[in-house]
Design a protein around this ligand. Structure first.
Ligand SMILES: [Zn+2]
Length: 343
């Protein structure tokens, strides 16, 4: 009987989640030991995730990537991540992974896929949570490497690989140069999203929509700097996969109760906002926790929280018939939870 259990139990979709940012510290320690990867000294594995800025975050992130080597490692990381999603009430997950970070350590792309898909099947069997996967290109590697990335993805196309993403350091690496790669992905029937307007300007959001023809935008907070773009996004119904806890690390956005917090502005402006956990073991965050924190800090009504959960389903890349059927089920289930869980 609390907002906490309501936030946990409502059915929802997780759409901005990175496999390599979702490995438990104890699992990293275990895999690193098994694979002979040297980690910094620690008394307890949790200390691995004590970092204070982006450079130290990236050092740890790379060690996590280096520690995941075999198909069995990928299966374990994927299964444990989806297990936590299920515990947060996720019924469906579209998650990213970073092939280049593993290719760099000699792991072949088919090995990654084999383990990831095995973890997805295992989680669905055990918890009923369904999922698809989005290989993401590191924009830092540039558009030419992007073509190589896409060639690899298309050469090993499987139904679980539902689309492509673009991530890593946005500010120095704009979206526009990736237009050709995205056009090829579109022609090949892949869905498309890009991280944009997070630590880069609103123009990356506009270019993502106009030049990359994305189906949604990851983060996208800087849309609030450009009222015309905001109106256009509202008109088009472009989903924005927002990660509230992660924004608190962005200077100036630490206070979620601030009336000018970009996520609040985006919601007030009627944009298609959805909530997600990003790099949950590293931040740390949980999917249910993101709903709880927004419900509390923005003082949302239960109906508004319900709207957010259904917005996450609408933003998925599932087919329309599935979305419609699930929306009916989820809506009825959430109504029952509002009755039973909230005072
Ligand atoms: Zn992300």
């Amino acid at each position: 009987m609390s907002l906490d259990s309501f936030a946990r139990k409502i059915p929802k979709a997780e759409l901005n989640l990175h496999l390599e940012g979702a490995v438990a510290a104890a699992t990293v320690a275990d895999l690193a030991k098994r694979n002979g990867v040297a980690l910094p000294p620690f008394d307890s594995p949790a200390e691995l995730y004590h970092f204070h800025d982006l450079p130290t975050f990236l050092v740890v992130y790379n060690l996590v990537c280096e520690s995941i080597r075999t198909a069995a490692d990928f299966q374990r990381a994927t299964f444990e991540m989806l297990e936590r999603c299920a515990d947060s009430g996720a019924r469906y997950v579209e998650f990213f992974f970073s092939p280049h970070a593993h290719l760099a350590h000699g792991v072949q792309y088919p090995t990654m896929l084999e383990g990831i898909v095995a973890g997805m099947r295992q989680a669905e069997k055990q918890y009923g949570v369904k999922s698809n996967v989005i290989p993401a290109h590191s924009r830092e590697l540039g558009p030419e490497q992007g073509e190589v990335f896409l060639d690899m993805v298309l050469a090993h196309k499987i139904p679980e690989v539902i689309g492509i993403g673009l991530d890593y350091n946005e500010a120095p690496f704009p979206a526009a140069p990736f237009a050709k790669m995205y056009a090829r992905a579109e022609a090949a029937g892949l869905k498309r999203t890009t991280h944009a307007g997070e630590n880069g300007p609103a123009s990356n959001i506009r270019d993502g929509i106009k030049l990359l023809h994305v189906n949604r935008i990851d983060h996208g907070y800087r849309v609030v700097d450009d009222p015309a773009l905001m109106a256009e996004c509202r008109e088009l119904g472009i989903p924005f996969t927002c990660c509230p806890t992660a924004t608190s690390y962005t200077p100036g956005w630490g206070d979620l109760t601030a009336l000018d917090h970009p996520i609040r502005q985006m919601m007030d402006q009627g944009l298609h906002v959805t909530l997600h956990s990003d790099d949950p073991t590293m931040i740390p965050s949980t999917l249910a926790g993101e709903y709880l924190v927004v419900a509390e800090k923005f003082a949302l009504s239960p109906d508004h929280v319900k709207k957010l959960a259904l917005a996450s389903l609408a933003a998925t890349w599932l087919d329309d018939a599935t979305k419609q059927a699930w929306a009916k089920e989820w809506s009825a289930e959430i109504d029952r939870l509002i009755e039973s869980e909230l005072p």
